[in-house]
Design a protein around this ligand. Structure first.
Ligand code: GLU
Ligand code: ZN
Length: 276
């Protein structure tokens, strides 16, 4: 049997908040999966979230990763890639695969939207009405049309196994935001392809998003990676750590003199030290 080639992985933090233990785990998982095979571990700063993005945090992230003993190669940040997002969006528009949506959040709520895997499932209001050019529009994936073009798709998670693409829990997600040339889904799919990522590693909280990303790969003719969604950190009461308040940022631990290499080993062994 042939051995699979070693994976190229990435850690893709958004500089709109400091890194915490969960981020450290994501970075370590991605780093170790690549380095075990002598391959590349990439860092990509996902900095297109307009007003929420704080550029100075990217330097803090680099210091945090160094402190954890990780080595990486940095690829261009998302803010340098807006043209590639716009070009892909134009191609999807030309094929009628995305449609403009001028709804506000409260209009979507008022339309009786059901909760889905990622917030409310868009009820499709704008799909069947002419666009109102006087209002700002986001562009949504026409999931039914996409599925008709791609046919059934599968994607492979290293831990959860093969997954049949199912967009029902997500609906017509936004691919182009009102204020940006891409949403998370479009940007991350294009970037992972551009960066040659062959194993997309991230927390289980983003598992459902991979159905969208696999669909976009099929529509845009992009290479298909494997995925590795790692379990999220839990505290001693079984609560998701991300929900727990007051857990110090990595930078605070670092500045307080904690040994990052020891913390990294604890995370590898899943022996979490939550701090106070
Ligand atoms: N930038 C995203 C975040 O910080 C992660 C994207 C990903 O790993 O796919 O939540
Ligand atoms: Zn709408």
């Amino acid at each position: 049997m042939e051995c699979p080639p070693p994976p190229v992985t990435r850690f893709a933090p958004s500089p709109n908040g400091r890194l915490h233990l969960g981020h450290a785990l994501s970075a370590i998982v991605a780093h170790d999966l690549a380095k075990a095979g002598g391959e590349q571990f990439l860092l990509r700063i996902e900095d297109i979230d307009g007003p929420r993005s704080r550029p100075e945090l990217a330097d803090e992230f680099r210091r945090d990763l160094t402190w954890l003993g990780l080595e990486w190669e940095e690829v261009p940040a998302q803010s340098t890639r807006l043209e590639s997002y716009a070009a892909a969006a134009e191609a999807l528009k030309a094929r009628g695969l995305i449609y403009p949506c001028t709804c506000t959040r409260s209009e979507i709520e008022a339309a009786g939207a059901r909760p889905g895997l990622e917030g409310l499932i868009y009820p499709g209001t704008c799909k069947h009405r002419p666009p109102d050019p006087s209002r700002p529009a986001a562009w949504r994936l026409d999931a039914a049309r996409a599925l008709a073009e791609t046919g059934p798709l599968v994607w492979d998670d290293a831990l959860a196994g093969p997954q049949a693409v199912d967009l029902a829990g997500l609906g017509d997600v936004v691919l182009v935001r009102k204020d940006l040339p891409a949403s998370y889904h479009l940007a991350v799919t294009l970037d992972d392809a551009a960066d040659g990522v062959t194993l997309v590693t991230r927390g289980e909280d983003l598992f459902a998003a991979s159905h969208v990303h696999r669909t976009l790969q099929a529509l845009l003719g992009l290479p298909v990676p494997r995925w590795h969604h790692h379990p999220l950190l839990l505290d001693s009461e079984g609560q998701k750590l991300a929900k727990r308040r007051g857990s110090p940022a990595l930078a605070e631990r670092r500045e307080a003199g904690e040994d990052g290499l020891v913390l990294a080993e604890q995370l590898r062994l899943q022996q979490f030290v939550l701090g106070t």
